[in-house]
Structure formats: structure tokens, C-alpha cells
Ligand binder design. Structure first.
Ligand code: FES
Ligand code: FES
Length: 273
């Protein structure tokens, strides 16, 4: 019976490897045969592998389970006290100086409208307004907001009266899954303020000539920090343009009438439309 680690004689070697193997007994200096050297090397390799495995297992056994680790309270460091206005109400928070606004809003104040998409400033899902200017709350340290006014998607409507940008988003069906929508709307509200203040953008044709009138290209550029994985961009641009210009832009959908529904049902031969 062949040894389990025996190297098959049929293994092909190039000339350099064959020469090296022939010199092995001399190189290892103990006069062992080529075969026994290779067997021991292989066994040594397996032994090393087994030892590593055992070490890993013992290290893992000493680690707390993931569930326990998640349940363990995270010790706050360098705690700071911050008082700020959130959607018109004063809030005083004591938190770790590293806590970003997005986490403070969602985890401490229960305002989960602002969404965590990338958590690194690339998607815009977490956009909120600070003193009327749009910011990425995932990149804003709460400790820097002493005395500032934060407005989130929850604070835009006045009672039952939606903000004009919110109404325009609904009219233009400017969302699909809705995950990016709070950030899109806050960003659009910030954009309207920037346009009123005459800010220019990368696509402004003449930066010396201040204009507060935004073209669709301007809106696309200025909203480019807000990603929508559902691709609702045509509706988003139309909604922002409508809120900006006050002109009704073409609506992309309408409710079907009962007669239209009946005709579709008849066509499809079932009642579920
Ligand atoms: S979560 Fe803040 S930019 Fe994506
Ligand atoms: S509506 Fe789904 S990500 Fe924008």
C-alpha cells in the first residue's frame, strides 16, 4: 500500500526542478532519500496546517458570540453634550463625540426617515438640512452642531400640508422603492434655497451672470449627489423643476378611470386589475 503522502512518480517536473530534487539530500544535509524528504515535507505541511487550525479554533472559542457582541453595550468615549433644534424642537443629547448626525437622528431621536445608504458620503440617502443648507448627515459629527437647526424629512410638512417638493414628488411619481426619496427631497429643498441665493454650478454657462432660473440640466447637475438605484430620475427632475418654477410640468401618470379599468379587465379576462 502506498504512503498517503507519497508523491506520484508520474508528476512532471521541468529540468530545474529535477536538478534541485537530485541535490536535495545534500541540501538538507541528513542523507535522507528524495522520497522520504518529500514525505516528511508534506507531512510537516499538514502538521503545520493542523496546528494553525487548532490555534484558530481555540482563538474563536475565546471570542464572544456575534449575538453576545452585538448585545454588549458599546462604551461611549469622550462624551459631549450637544443642544440643537431638530424639526423645530430643542434636543439635548449626551453622546460619544464620534457619533454622526445620521446615527443620532435614527438611533437616539427615532427619526428614521433619513436613510443610511452607503454611510460614506456617496449616495445622498442621508441628506438633511442644517440651517437650511443640505448636508450629508452620515459625514456630519453631531458634536459640531451646538445651537444649529436641523431639518429632516419629518420636519418639512406643516401638519397635513406637504412641502411643495413633497407634493411634486407624489404628482410626478418620482420614486419607486422610496429608499432614496427622503434624501432626494431634502436635497431638492436645499437646492431651491441655493438657486434663490444665486449659487452657480458646474454647468452654469456664465458664472459671472447670476441667474436664479434653473434649467433641467442645472437640476440634474445639482442633484447629482443623490443616487437613485431605481432610476426614478425623470420624475425627480420634473418634480424639482415644478417646485422651482411653479409651472406644472407634464405629469407622467394619472389615475385610471373605472371605465378604463373595466376595459383592461375585459381585455385580460380577469377581475384583478
Ligand atoms: S448614507 Fe450618507 S451619503 Fe450615503
Ligand atoms: S426610488 Fe428606489 S432608490 Fe430611489
Amino acid at each position: 500500500m502506498s504512503h498517503p503522502f507519497e508523491i506520484e512518480p508520474s508528476v512532471e517536473m521541468n529540468a530545474d526542478e529535477a536538478a534541485l530534487l537530485n541535490e536535495m539530500p545534500a541540501l538538507v544535509g541528513v542523507g535522507q532519500s528524495r522520497r522520504s524528504f518529500m514525505i516528511h515535507s508534506a507531512a510537516g505541511g499538514i502538521g503545520l496546517f493542523a496546528a494553525n487550525l487548532l490555534a484558530q479554533e481555540s482563538a474563536l472559542a475565546q471570542m464572544p458570540l456575534a449575538a453576545d457582541a452585538a448585545a454588549a453595550p458599546i462604551k461611549a468615549q469622550n462624551v459631549v453634550k450637544v443642544t440643537l433644534q431638530v424639526n423645530g424642537a430643542p434636543q439635548t443629547l449626551e453622546l460619544d463625540s464620534r457619533v454622526v448626525l445620521l446615527d443620532a437622528l435614527r438611533e437616539r431621536l427615532g427619526l428614521t426617515g433619513s436613510k443610511k445608504g452607503c454611510d460614506q458620503g456617496q449616495c445622498g440617502a442621508c441628506t438633511v438640512l442644517v440651517d437650511g443648507k443640505r448636508v450629508l448627515s452620515c459625514l456630519t459629527l453631531t458634536a459640531t452642531l451646538e445651537g444649529r437647526e436641523v431639518t429632516t424629512i419629518e420636519g418639512l410638512a406643516r401638519g397635513d400640508q406637504l412641502h411643495p417638493v413633497q407634493s411634486a414628488f407624489i404628482r410626478h411619481d418620482a420614486f419607486q422603492c422610496g429608499y432614496c426619496t427622503p434624501g432626494q427631497i431634502c436635497s431638492a429643498v436645499g437646492l431651491l434655497g441655493e438657486a434663490r441665493r444665486g449659487h452657480v454650478s458646474h454647468v452654469t454657462a456664465d458664472v459671472g451672470k447670476t441667474t436664479t432660473r434653473l434649467t433641467d440640466d442645472e437640476i440634474r447637475e445639482r442633484m447629482s449627489g443623490n443616487i437613485c438605484r431605481c432610476g426614478a430620475y425623470p420624475g425627480i427632475v420634473a418634480a424639482v423643476q415644478e417646485a422651482h418654477s411653479g409651472r406644472q410640468t407634464a405629469q407622467t401618470w394619472e389615475f385610471a378611470t373605472e371605465t378604463q379599468l373595466a376595459s383592461v379587465r375585459k381585455e385580460r379576462g380577469h377581475e384583478t386589475v
